[in-house]
Design a protein around this ligand. Structure first.
Ligand SMILES: [Zn+2]
Ligand SMILES: [Zn+2]
Length: 344
């Protein structure tokens, strides 16, 4: 079958013929219909320091998908051929402390689809039954292939109470913009979005942000939030300068949820910026399995077109490079690839 692979330890991704994966007794083989290109795939394309340290080529990339079950292993009970499914791309080991205490999203030995193991940028993908998610018929394919990033947004928003609170979202890439939408319908009192890219600032308005700023500006944010600062900050930029400033924009006893990944160390004035303010910080990784998936599923069913404006590019699979270039030049938000015509 055709697949988008990282063939060698260098910049780029390419189309290649690879063997179709074979499901084990507890695995599910899925005929992929649509996939989303993630920021992670862009990092793998660009072969940044993280990719070079983690990825072992050759590797089929991709982890955001929706498709139809083609075949199942003998021990699979919950899905059948013909079921429409997506899947959690973080595969927990099942035996570490985190996995055995209901916190598989921070498994110590996690295998990530399209990062550590064969991914979904292909017409077929194999996933363990336990990671498969049956998709409600009310959720269109274009949204259903985005459970993964939408789940990151949902997990970050739901990490603390947001109803009736004033929330600052720092960084409006796809996940930040999804978070704005969730906050809007989730009952936040005020949503302030910060994003340097003007196209994404426009999208932040479309998603329902009350105030949209180009940079983290503590004075404007304090003036807009009863002078004390935001009750909640969702840090989704990973930008060290923005992170430091975001700590000055949260009120005493506020919450900060940290999803954006900075490239290195971030310098915080520990006493003034955290301790004396009595802040609660939470690191957010992946999606809670499977609480976050239930939350996303219900949200998608109730608001089936809410994230529609974020899908800026729909391309056939073999034009993936066009999608990555559009992500690099800032013109794309979410790129969805169609695998209908791929050689199987
Ligand atoms: Zn992703
Ligand atoms: Zn584990």
């Amino acid at each position: 079958m055709q697949a988008i692979i990282k063939a060698r330890p260098e910049v780029g991704l390419e189309l290649a013929d690879v063997p179709r994966p074979v499901p084990g007794p507890r695995d599910v083989l899925v005929r992929v219909s649509k996939t989303g290109i993630c920021g992670t795939d862009r990092h793998i394309y660009e072969w940044d320091a993280w990719s070079a340290g983690r990825i072992k080529p050759p590797l089929v990339t991709g982890h955001e998908f929706v498709g139809i079950v083609e075949d199942t292993g003998v021990a699979v009970r919950s899905v059948r051929p013909g079921d429409r499914v997506s899947g959690e791309g973080h595969i927990g080991c099942g035996y570490c402390y985190a996995c055995r205490t209901g916190q598989t999203h921070i498994c110590e030995n996690v295998d990530i689809l399209g990062v550590d193991i064969t991914g979904c940028f292909a017409p077929y993908v194999v996933l363990p039954e336990s990671n498969i998610w049956k998709v409600d018929p009310a959720i269109p394919d274009d949204q259903a292939c985005l459970f993964d990033p939408f789940g990151n947004a949902m997990h970050t928003v739901m990490a603390q109470p947001i109803s009736g609170r004033q929330v600052l979202v720092v960084g409006c890439g796809t996940i930040g913009l999804m978070a704005v939408g969730i906050l809007r319908v989730g009952g936040a009192n005020l949503v302030i979005a910060v994003e340097p890219n003007p196209k994404k600032r426009e999208l932040a308005k479309v998603m329902g942000a009350d105030i949209v700023l180009e940079r983290v500006d503590a004075k404007t944010i304090k003036d807009a939030t009863d002078r004390g600062g935001a009750d909640v900050v969702l840090e989704m930029s990973g930008h060290p300068g923005a992170i430091v400033k975001a700590f000055d924009c949260v009120r005493n006893a506020g919450d900060i949820a940290l999803l954006g990944i900075p490239p290195g160390e971030v310098s915080i004035t520990w006493a003034e910026q955290i301790i004396f303010k009595g802040l609660t910080l939470r690191g957010i990784n992946g999606r809670r399995m499977f609480q976050t998936w239930y939350q996303c599923d219900r949200f998608f069913r109730q608001h089936p077109t809410l994230i529609e404006p974020l899908i800026t590019h729909r391309l056939p699979f073999d034009e993936f490079e066009k999608g990555i270039k559009a992500m690099q030049d800032g013109s794309a938000c979410k790129v969805v690839l169609d695998w209908t015509d791929a050689k199987t």
